[in-house]
Ligand binder design. Sequence first.
Ligand SMILES: Nc1ncnc2c1ncn2[C@@H]1O[C@H](COP(=O)(O)OP(=O)(O)OP(=O)(O)O)[C@@H](O)[C@H]1O
Ligand SMILES: Nc1nc2c(ncn2[C@@H]2O[C@H](COP(=O)(O)OP(=O)(O)O)[C@@H](O)[C@H]2O)c(=O)[nH]1
Length: 480
Amino acid sequence: MDATTAPHQIPVEMPQYGERHHIFEIMQVMLQELLIHQPEEPIQFMLNHLRRDNDMVPRIFILGPPASGKTTIAMWLCKHLNASLITKQNLIRNEFSVIAAKAATVFGANQAIPDSMLMELLEERLTNDECVSKGWILDGIPETREQALMIQTCGISPRHVIVLSAPDTVLIERNLGKRIDPYNGEVYHTTFDWPSDTEVQSRLKVPLGISEEETAKRLMEYHKNINRILPSYPKILKVISSDQPCVDVFYQALTYVQSQHRSNAPFTPKILLCGPTGSGKSLQAALLAQKYGIINVCCGHLLKEALASNSNIGEYIRPFFEQEMQVPDQIIIRVLINRLSKQDCIRCGWVLHGFPQDLNQATLLDNAGFMPNRVFFLNVPYDSVIERLTLRRTDPATGERYHLMYKPPPTMQIQKRLMQHPEDTEEKVKLKIDSFYRNSSLLEDYFDDVIYVNGDQDPYTVFEYIESGIILPLPTKVTL
Ligand SMILES: Nc1ncnc2c1ncn2[C@@H]1O[C@H](COP(=O)(O)OP(=O)(O)OP(=O)(O)O)[C@@H](O)[C@H]1O
Ligand SMILES: Nc1nc2c(ncn2[C@@H]2O[C@H](COP(=O)(O)OP(=O)(O)O)[C@@H](O)[C@H]2O)c(=O)[nH]1
């Protein structure tokens, strides 16, 4: 098969470039904007869109029943994400808006704003520079399915929708303790969120509409509408119980809005599993390779294969194995480059474990052009590793593997002839664990977006956690 008939291979650099610069996501958002807005001048529209560079700014809806904490959480998120808070009240108070002045007349009469007017106010506000450049959080809007559909028609699309939930009885009781700071609109509570500043305490006001009857009435209205609204946001919705401390609700909300939804971008997994000996790297690598068809690259096994192959590099390695010395990094990286450059690794992706074990090895891997796009550190307590490894035994007669605690031999006869691998003694295991932790912090700092996994669970729970870290794009870190 000559070069003209060989299957065309996409050069390695292309998918790597696409992943590094999120090209697929950029094009996906651009296409979505074009289809929603259908501009007369699509080229100019795309240029303006690209110049704004605001695909990743927060665009969040916070929905939920009265007293569920929408305003509280929305305000805290806005402060943390440096985004604009939008409520019906502050849309009306927009003193620079003619529409708002007109709506204030309507709203001021304590009537509901007509949906058409609400949409005009929203469009006007969301297109101002601050919302475009820094993002926005909508508190309590939409309230009806009609509003949700009108918002979609205006081309207003959230990236995350949070729905707070709590039992009605909790909310009715809770609302009685609500207090508002008239100076800045901050929300407090006589029991759950009382300000420490006595000056703020002294100026807090009891808001309208918090009596049991009024809250109950608003709850009925909410329950009548919410289930018709949610189908508008099938894949970007997260329900968070607000029947827990505000801070816990806030951190769950923040974690969610900083997560990226699963992308359709072509993604070649280049996974690195780090962790002390016995943390489960080999087992998780085998599960990942089996499920996703990626190549399981175990550094230790590669060196042994090179040794057994009697190749030139194998002869290089032999003296180090015979004298039980560390194989030099330069030799190891050559073996790894040779393996990771093969077509199967490029086409299917790989999961690497056993290398790098220190900063120098990480730098060598990086310089060779094999930086992983998912890095997991498996954390397992010392005692668990000792228990996993030092109780392992092998039956020399059958090669069957046992574990004196997890998988004991079925008969005393087998028990008597079991052998322990010389590397599984407590002394050897302790040396390896100490060696890992001497280098791990520098290694963790070297890689961006390390995902930490509690490896001290059953293997399939660990695997599910690693899987979610691979499938979902890495969360965006907010740099204020
Ligand atoms: N998780 C929570 N635990 C206890 N109290 C909370 C919690 N979240 C908010 N609160 C308190 O409940 C009251 C209502 O909160 P908030 O105004 O933020 O809710 P809301 O959903 O915006 O209500 P509404 O829709 O009526 O404006 C406030 O006093 C607030 O301090
Ligand atoms: N309970 C438990 N045991 C595990 C898990 N992963 C691996 N093991 C066991 O721990 C030992 C070491 O696992 P291994 O994957 O070789 O660890 P590595 O040294 O990090 O590659 C093996 O006997 C495994 O059966 C896990 O998630 N939970």
